[in-house]
Design a protein around this ligand. Structure first.
Ligand code: SAH
Length: 215
């Protein structure tokens, strides 16, 4: 069974990631290592490595593997960074990020999801991930500044606190746009100011909270 999941991950890497231009070897290694199925209910394990998002409860989803890999690659992590993630969800993307940097701080608004992710990540041995319950659009003041910030939900605009908590230079990657369709954006913050790069079209669940969509 374990071998079957490993093979499913290898297939996912070739067919969904490498074929679409994911070429950072560290990202590919992390995607090969993290057992995505364990972040899902067991009824969904057979779909865990398919090319789409899946439900994780509380009306939320675990992102498509390609999106997780693309966002991780866009952050250009080398190993020593402290990363802030908004939208822990299942904890899967946090686990992938934790393989790529020194420390991950992840904030989840839905308490039930946050507690479940925290327990799972700790039982899987991810000691460099910390989970906070709260409004992630306000960031996580205690551990600022961050070398990179990623938002795993769709935002109407750049949440200002997240830009403020980002180091200079640093990258903020997130889906920005309408409720139904967004563009994955990479913001580069450096001494000259802010630069936006558009990576691709995407569809994420809504970001809530102070700098998200109103409920
Ligand atoms: N990265 C996750 C997928 C996240 S789905 C994974 O790998 O499974 C988006 C998540 O963002 C949802 O769990 C949702 O509850 C959360 N979310 C939405 N608005 C939020 C906010 N303002 N602060 C923190 N989390 C938020």
């Amino acid at each position: 069974m374990i071998i079957a999941y490993r093979q499913a991950r290898e297939r996912m890497i070739q067919e969904q990631l490498v074929s679409r231009g994911i070429n950072d070897p560290r990202v590919l290694r992390a995607m090969a290592k993290v057992p995505r199925h364990l972040f899902l209910e067991s009824e969904l394990w057979d779909q865990a490595y398919e090319d789409h998002p899946l439900p994780i409860g509380a009306n939320q989803t675990i992102s498509q593997p390609y999106m997780v890999a693309l966002m991780a690659q866009a952050l250009e992590l080398r190993g020593a960074e402290r990363v802030l993630e908004v939208g822990t969800g299942s904890g899967y993307a946090a686990a992938v990020l934790s393989e790529l940097c020194a420390e991950v701080f992840t904030v989840e608004a839905v308490e039930e999801l946050a507690l479940k992710a925290r327990t799972l990540l700790s039982s899987l041995g991810y000691r460099n991930v910390s989970v906070l319950v709260g409004d992630g659009t306000l960031g996580w003041e205690e551990h600022t500044p961050y070398d990179a910030v990623v938002i795993s939900a769709a935002a109407p605009c750049i949440p200002r606190p997240l830009l403020e908590q980002l180091k200079t230079p640093g990258y903020l990657v997130f889906p920005m746009g309408e409720k139904e369709l967004q563009t994955l954006v990479r913001i580069r913050k450096d001494t000259a100011g802010i630069r936006e790069e558009y990576l691709c079209e995407c569809q994420f669940v809504k970001l809530r909270g102070r700098y998200g969509w109103e409920d």
